[in-house]
Design a protein around this ligand. Structure first.
Ligand code: ATP
Ligand code: MG
Length: 390
């Protein structure tokens, strides 16, 4: 009995002539994700990728768990590969699915016969296997509309596969099929979710974090690395750039009108991020902003922020409620890290009454009066690079 994992493609199954290049990236990502677990044979045929372990001691629970984190997959299932012989297939269904069939009440058998030369037709295959399962499991009855377990038998070119219900995949597009973008990452709940969502659409990520020691601690920086490590389980490896932001924040505090502190700080973050992104071949910035969430995320504030850079700014959370964002952060495992209590540079020198309707012209005048060019150059010359997910 040989166990494999069968993977159904997500959206890329709908691609046209360039579909092959999407499939190649997906297979590369799957290989990368599981290679530390052992040797595998990975093949694609008839829109299904099969992952076959070549070493005896491979833990298939681990393999399935990692495959569940790869974008571009709509569903995956562990399956037993058997020769295309009805006796072999039937006894495989009875034995291989014992754990599941023993504890269920209802089931059905679904046969898919892509090898049209196979002697039995799909309904005949289902009926025969279903009969033997009923004989072996008196706890079960057949329910064709709403079964607890669907036993699927796929008769393919070289082998047959027997499996139970598929698991939902991570969805989205394979990372690496949409280009490269830089995500502005704080220690909060929102930005790691934004990073996850854009990686899910196929972007390769690079992280940018602004740190203001000694106002922000080393532990706060570590927290951001921990968050990105968690995101990298989905997005794959990345680099994170830490920008020294202390002098810039002090200058804002000392030389700009208090009600504009936050908006000027955010504009300078965007300016510096754009410089880093251009240097590193990233073509968009990503933030965790959500309309109206705080003073710097009103429409007027975002108009001011956006005008500080020319690059497109992706804000995947823009229309989401905090509760929905929290749900995703719990699902992807970043929530518990995000709620650790370490200061972010955004909470340093916060004004009592930030402008919710900043006027761009005044903001630019205040910025020009203070003059940040030299400090931006200095920050650019002192970037720190951390490898994530390696
Ligand atoms: P988050 O939960 O992501 O911290 P937030 O709701 O606290 O978001 P802000 O603090 O206003 O919002 O930040 C808005 C966005 O700006 C963040 O989602 C993030 O993309 C970016 N950002 C904020 N602080 C930093 C930082 N220290 N370094 C890099 N990006 C930051
Ligand atoms: Mg924040």
């Amino acid at each position: 009995m040989k166990e494999v994992i069968l993977i159904k493609l997500g959206e890329i199954a709908l691609k046209g002539l360039n579909r092959r290049s999407f499939e190649d990236v997906l297979i590369k990502n799957i290989k990368q994700k599981i290679k530390s677990l052992g040797r595998f044979n990975i093949e694609i045929a008839q829109s299904t990728i099969s992952v076959e372990p070549l070493d005896a001691d491979i833990d298939m629970d681990d393999v399935a768990d990692r495959i569940g984190h790869v974008f571009g997959i709509s569903a995956y299932s562990r399956a037993c590969a058997v020769e295309k012989d009805m006796d072999a297939i039937t006894s495989c269904a009875v034995e291989y699915l014992r754990d599941k069939l023993s504890f269920a009440e209802s089931f059905k058998v679904e046969a898919k016969r892509s090898d049209k030369k196979f002697p039995l037709k799909s309904p005949e295959i289902s009926a025969e296997i279903g009969g033997v399962i009923l004989e072996n499991y008196p706890n079960l009855h057949v329910d064709v509309h709403n079964p607890e377990i669907t036993v699927t038998v796929e008769i393919r070119d070289t082998m047959a596969f027997v499996r139970a219900n598929a698991e939902k995949g991570a969805g989205g597009m394979p990372v690496g099929t949409s280009g490269r973008a830089a995500v502005l990452i704080s220690g909060g709940i929102d930005s790691p979710v934004a990073a996850y969502m854009m990686a899910k659409r196929g972007l390769v990520l690079e992280g940018i974090h602004f740190a203001s020691p000694p106002y922000t601690s080393e532990r706060a920086e570590q927290k951001v690395c921990d968050l990105m490590e968690q995101v990298s389980k989905y997005s794959g490896r990345m680099i994170m750039i830490t920008v020294p932001f202390t002098k810039i924040q002090e200058k804002i505090h000392n030389e700009c009108p208090e009600e504009l502190f936050t908006i000027i700080m955010r504009r300078l973050m965007m300016k510096i991020s754009q410089r880093i992104a251009q240097k590193d071949d990233c073509h968009a910035l990503i933030t965790g902003e959500s309309l109206g969430q705080v003073a710097s995320q009103t429409l007027y504030a975002m108009v001011c922020t956006d005008s500080a850079c020319q690059m497109p700014v992706f804000r995947p959370l823009i229309g989401m409620d905090k509760t929905d964002i929290v749900d995703i952060s719990r699902k992807i495992g970043t929530f518990d890290i995000s709620i650790q209590p370490y200061e972010d540079c955004c909470t340093v020198f916060t004004p009592k009454h930030p402008r919710t309707r900043p006027v761009l012209q005044y903001v630019i005048e205040a910025e020009e009066k203070a003059g940040f060019d030299e400090l931006i150059e200095e920050a650019m010359n002192n970037l720190k690079i951390t490898k994530i997910g390696f």
